[in-house]
Design a protein around this ligand. Sequence first.
Ligand code: SF4
Length: 271
Amino acid sequence: MSWHLIVNSRRIYFEFVSNYREEKLRQVETPEGRGLQKDSIVYGPVKSRRFGATIGISLIPLKVCSFDCVFCELGIHTTQLTIERKHYVEIEDVLEVLRGFPLDGVDYLALSGAGEPTLAANMGQLIDALHESYPIPVLVLSNGATIYMPDVRFELAKADAVKLTFSTLDETAFRLLNQPAAGITAQKVADGIEEFASAYRGRLYFEVVVVKGINDSEEMVRDVVEFLARFNPYAIDINRPIRPGVATHIELPDKEIYSALQSDFPAVRIF
Ligand code: SF4
């Protein structure tokens, strides 16, 4: 094969991957919602196949997080890698901004945003305040890193729905994928999930993010899905990162690798 042919084939391949990602992005969520997520306390509505129409609430500045994931869709590295819970945004300010949002047809008020929501020390207070003011269920989208903390579990239990991301039981893959704050291990997160999920009465979602070359093998994904399925979640979503994130070189694993998991575990959905 000539040098030109090789270069052209690679260009065509990368254009194909890039177009595929853009198309999937259009199908899954509105990019407008994603952009607003970076710098607003309240943003949306954001539409997704998993949660319907959500109004996002961010109690955390961009990008304070307990992880610095290679696939992070916010597109920048974590500025403050921490597991310390702090007050960043006043509850009254959230409620004030929220009053300006049309809430007809909204399925969830979702605590997510530009960092990890459980790092907000007033997360539980906000959930109480939202329940007092609105009939809309509250959803928390968390990376699960702080789930070993009793106060986080207590506050998360107030939410009507919780999505915890946990992508591998393998410590090496966990470090490569999530680049966690000091002291966070896959085992610690797994223990916290066990404690929380065994007692939680709301709707529980799990997410497993698979990245080619790190945790995408069927065997590795099966291990974590088997663990998560023990808690009878509403869904276990195997999520292949489709947006260009911090690491733009990430390749999508083939969907077909996980077909058997879908048959073996009814809660599994593949995105
Ligand atoms: S946990 Fe979420 S916000 Fe934090 S680095 Fe990972 S993907 Fe980004």
